[in-house]
Design a protein around this ligand. Structure first.
Ligand SMILES: [Zn+2]
Length: 234
């Protein structure tokens, strides 16, 4: 009997490790349970740090922080990223590079067209609710191929069509605007996804309502490397 209990416990612990959930606490393994904003930053502080890092990147004066052996060993014990970032899988759009950050600073989810489904929302919730990032950023980018495919409404074999389908409502909204349709669709898609994340019940919607987490949109400029945060409220 004791052997069975020990085996069952080992299985539970193994399951906890595999899913990142600390057995018995209901918290993520990286969650200190204190609910404090990661790295001591509130939303304004996190956005300033992102903006400052991007300014260094644009002016080619990067510090390349948090990449040494000390940091490697430090974050091996636990992670405390200060921003959750959903962006595109595009190889030119790398948050750690464009914000001049290092190991353990950003909780990044990348998927073509920076769209959300339940799986992506689950990752975003992990960043916001368990790692306590005070900011969730949806980062679209100039000349996004996934958005371009949705604008052309190309029918692709396989699974690309499921990305296109999710971006189509943004394209429809953008068609009512003057100007470049792909560019306007990129912006509309970010705005759409920001709304979907803010409305994600019950976890993120409650964090936003309680003022514990701010969801912002942003656009990355492929030509000069600059990030414009929340250009959608203008
Ligand atoms: Zn893209």
């Amino acid at each position: 009997m004791k052997t069975f209990i020990r085996s069952a416990l080992a299985l539970l612990i193994a399951a906890g490790v595999a899913t990142g959930v600390a057995v018995g606490t209901g918290r993520a393994a990286d969650d200190d349970g204190k609910g404090k904003p990661a790295q001591g930053l509130d939303a304004a502080g996190a956005l300033k740090r992102l903006t400052d890092g991007n300014a260094r990147y644009v002016s080619h004066k990067e510090k390349h922080p948090h990449l040494d052996e000390h940091r490697l060993k430090e974050v091996a014990k636990g992670q405390h990223p200060y921003a959750t970032i959903l962006t595109c899988a595009d190889s030119r759009v790398s948050p750690e590079l464009m914000f001049d950050e290092g190991l353990g600073d950003l909780f990044v989810i990348r998927v073509a067209g920076n769209v959300v489904d339940d799986v992506v929302l689950g990752s975003i919730e992990y960043g916001a609710a368990h790692l306590h990032t005070p900011v969730i950023m949806v980062l679209g980018h100039e000349r996004c191929g996934a958005v371009g495919a949705a604008v052309k409404n190309v029918v692709e074999p396989g699974h690309i069509s499921s990305l296109v389908t999710r971006i189509l409502p943004a394209v429809r909204a953008a068609k009512k605007q003057e100007g470049d349709l792909v560019e306007n669709s990129v912006r509309a898609n970010v705005e759409l996804v920001v709304g979907q994340i803010k409305a994600a019940e019950p976890v993120i919607a409650e964090l936003v309502l309680a003022g514990k987490c701010k969801v912002v949109g942003a656009r990355y400029d492929l030509d000069d490397g600059s990030v414009t945060i929340d250009p959608f409220d203008e």
